[in-house]
Write a protein that binds this ligand. Structure first.
Ligand SMILES: C[S@@+](CC[C@H](N)C(=O)[O-])C[C@H]1O[C@@H](n2cnc3c(N)ncnc32)[C@H](O)[C@@H]1O
Length: 313
């Protein structure tokens, strides 16, 4: 969600902070589960110099095509897949990494290319799929969901206070085909003044639903922990409180002074971008970085099974 407003080029968010906390070392294996246009990957790989042992994942084919050009002839592995599926298959293949980066959400080209249908500023088709080979798009969610399901999406994924009213008006106004039509309906349902565009929360909610963003994140986090080598570091950049809450809770549940803690927190509190970065890249302003390191295994706690094992009793 982060760009120089004057260009369509994606600027990596909190790059200096990611490098500071993950501290990439020569020879380390790197997994980037949201590689995008390679902003973080390029700098991390220049430090590790380990292309052949590293993997870059993105569910958007345009990002993969850009990565193919950027990392031509390096021997790095690119995966066009969602990160949950990609992480599962890496685990099945018994792969392990020293560094994992997840820079969540959408890229600047997603927001800027009207045809992708992420933005309410210009009218595009109701799409919002990060992976355009996916069947379900915003068009389906907006036009086929029941009013009850729409209200639930708006409340849970958008934290939209007027979820009932908006869901009701969407259903009455169907069929809706464009982002401008949807934004207009939300505006009509919105009572009174809004500091941001009234459709902001609705668009966030529908985008999260289309891409199952929270489901992907909460299911992938334990797999990322499993994919980390002992002493390996993970950094997750989130852009709204729903994502950050999931990361915070997972890191908290896997750290602390307990016998079975598997993570040491490198960021006790989420780290925010500095004023210079937010001035140059306003979309970075909601970013939060959390980072942790995998502890040396104690006793029998060597496999994530969804449940902690009791120590040798
Ligand atoms: C914020 S951008 C990452 C930018 C990248 N770090 C860079 O510096 O160029 C997020 C990228 O992650 C991808 N993405 C988001 N969720 C994903 C998921 N669940 N699985 C795979 N890729 C995902 C998006 O397609 C997008 O390209």
């Amino acid at each position: 969600m982060h760009q120089n407003p004057h260009t369509n080029i994606h600027q990596p968010v909190m790059l200096a902070e990611v490098i500071r906390y993950l501290n990439p070392q020569k020879g380390e294996n790197y997994l980037d589960v949201t590689a995008g246009y390679g902003g973080h990957a390029k700098v991390i790989l220049e430090l590790t110099q380990n292309y052949k042992g590293s993997v870059l994942v993105d569910r958007d084919i345009n990002a993969i095509k850009a990565l193919e050009v950027l990392f031509k002839k390096t021997g790095i592995e690119l995966k066009h897949q969602d990160f949950l599926g990609a992480s599962k298959s890496l685990l099945e293949d018994n792969r392990r990494f020293d560094l994992i980066v997840a820079d969540l959400g959408v890229s600047s080209p997603h927001l800027n290319e009207v045809s992708r249908g992420f933005s309410f500023n210009k009218s595009g088709p109701l799409d919002m799929r990060m992976d355009q080979s996916q069947v379900t798009s915003a068009l389906d969610i907006v036009n086929k969901s029941s009013e009850k399901d729409l209200a639930k999406i708006l409340r849970e994924y958008g934290e939209e206070p007027h979820y009932r009213k908006i869901a009701n008006l969407i259903v009455k106004s169907r069929p809706l085909n464009t982002t401008a039509e949807l934004a207009e309906v939300v505006k009509r349902a919105w009572p009174g003044y809004s500091r941001t565009h009234p459709a902001t929360r609705t668009f966030q909610a529908i985008r999260i639903a289309v891409n199952d963003e929270l489901g992907q994140l909460s299911q992938a986090l334990p797999i990322w922990l499993e994919l980390l080598n002992e002493g390996g570091r993970i950094g997750v950049i989130s852009f709204h409180s729903l994502e950050d809450r999931i990361v915070k809770r997972f890191f908290a549940s896997e750290s602390g002074n307990r016998y079975d803690a598997s993570l040491t927190l490198l960021t006790k509190h989420p780290v925010a971008p500095g004023p210079h970065e937010t001035a140059n890249n306003p979309r970075a302003s909601s970013a939060k970085l959390r980072s942790a390191a995998k502890q040396k295994q104690k006793g029998n706690a060597n496999a994530y099974s969804g449940k902690k094992q009791l120590p040798g009793i």
